[in-house]
Design a protein around this ligand. Structure first.
Ligand SMILES: *[C@@H]1O[C@H](CO)[C@@H](O)[C@H](O)[C@H]1NC(C)=O
Ligand SMILES: *[C@@H]1O[C@H](CO)[C@@H](O)[C@H](O)[C@H]1NC(C)=O
Length: 261
C-alpha cells in the first residue's frame, strides 16, 4: 500500500509539471493526456499556492455517479474516484426500527460498509406493532384467482389515474392496515427466511425513499435467494411474483411491516 502511494505521488508530480497556481482557473490551459483526468490546483495543507497537477478528482463532486445504491467518493489520499456502500452514516438506511446505521471502514480491505447497531429507541412512547394478517390468506388467494384489482382509499392513487390500486392497496385492504406513512421497517425477510421464522401470507414491503412494493410473503429459499410473493401493481391485478437478487425489487429489499398506531 505504501509503495503504491509513493508511486502514485511520483506519477502525479512527474505528470503534473510544475506550474504554480492559486486556484483551478490558473490550471485551465494545462493538458492531461490520460482519460478522465483534470488539471487541478493541488495545494498541500494550508498553503495559499500549489501546483497544477493531473488528477482524477479533488472532491466527491468530481466523481461520476456510482450504480446500484453505491456512493461516490474522492479518495483524499490518491485523488482517485471510488464507489462504496456508504461514505457517511446517513447512507446506511437498511436497519430495523430502533437500530442505527453506521458506516464503518473494513480493517483489511479498507472498503466502507454499513452496520446496524444498538437498540437506540427502547424508550419510545409506544412501540410499533407487527402488521399481521395471515388469517386473511383465503381472501388473498381469492383475489389472485379473480384476477381483479383490489382498491383501497387509504392507499395512494396510481400515477395519472383516479384508482387507488397500488401494491399497498392490496395489503392495506386485506389487512385493514393504516396508510404506508404509518409503516416502519421491521426485520429483513431474507434473514427471517434463513431462520425459517416467517409465516405464509405475512404482509411485507420494501422501504426505499420512493418506488416501493408491498406484497404478501408466500415462499422463499435463502440458499437460492428466491422469494415468492403475491402482489398487485398499478397495471397488474393480484398475481404470484418470483423475486431474487437480480430482479427489481430484489429479495433483500423486503422487510416485515411494523405499524405505529
Ligand atoms: C379496521 O380498522 C378500524 C380501525 O383502524 C376498525 O375500526 C375496523 O373495525 C376494522 N375493520 C375490520 C373489518 O376489522
Ligand atoms: C431471477 O429471476 C428472474 C426472473 O424471474 C430469472 O429470469 C432469473 O433467471 C433469476 N436469476 C437467478 C440467479 O435465479
Amino acid at each position: 500500500m505504501k509503495l503504491a502511494y509513493v508511486l502514485l505521488l511520483y506519477i502525479v508530480i512527474v505528470r503534473g509539471g510544475d506550474q504554480s497556481c492559486h486556484n483551478d482557473h490558473d490550471c485551465r490551459h494545462g493538458n492531461c493526456d490520460g482519460h478522465n483526468l483534470v488539471y487541478r490546483c493541488l495545494k498541500t495543507n494550508h498553503d495559499s499556492s500549489g501546483q497544477c497537477q493531473c488528477l482524477e478528482c479533488l472532491t466527491n463532486h468530481d466523481c461520476p455517479h456510482c450504480h446500484d445504491h453505491q456512493f461516490q467518493y474522492c479518495s483524499g489520499r490518491y485523488y482517485t474516484c471510488g464507489c462504496e456502500e456508504c461514505t457517511h452514516d446517513i447512507h446506511c438506511t437498511n436497519c430495523a426500527v430502533g437500530q442505527t446505521g453506521k458506516c464503518h471502514r473494513h480493517h483489511d480491505t479498507e472498503r466502507k460498509f454499513c452496520q446496524c447497531e444498538g437498540n437506540a429507541q427502547t424508550t419510545t412512547v409506544k412501540s410499533p406493532l407487527k402488521l399481521e394478517c395471515s388469517h386473511r390468506k383465503i381472501s388473498v388467494i381469492e383475489s389472485i384467482a379473480e384476477n381483479l384489482h383490489v382498491e383501497d382509499n387509504r392507499a395512494e392513487l396510481c400515477p395519472d389515474t383516479t384508482k387507488h390500486q397500488t401494491s399497498e392497496a392490496f395489503v392495506i385492504n386485506k389487512c385493514n392496515s393504516t396508510a404506508r406513512s404509518s409503516w416502519l421497517k421491521g426485520e429483513s425477510v431474507k434473514s427471517l427466511c434463513s431462520s425459517g421464522s416467517i409465516t405464509q401470507y405475512t404482509p411485507i414491503s420494501t422501504f426505499h425513499q420512493n418506488e416501493n412494493m408491498a406484497a404478501f410473503f408466500i415462499d422463499c429459499s435463502a440458499s437460492n435467494h428466491e422469494l415468492k410473493v403475491a402482489v398487485q401493481t398499478c397495471t397488474d391485478p393480484p398475481y404470484i411474483l418470483m423475486l431474487n437478487e437480480t430482479t427489481s425489487p430484489k429479495m433483500s429489499d423486503f422487510h416485515i411491516i411494523l405499524q405505529q398506531l
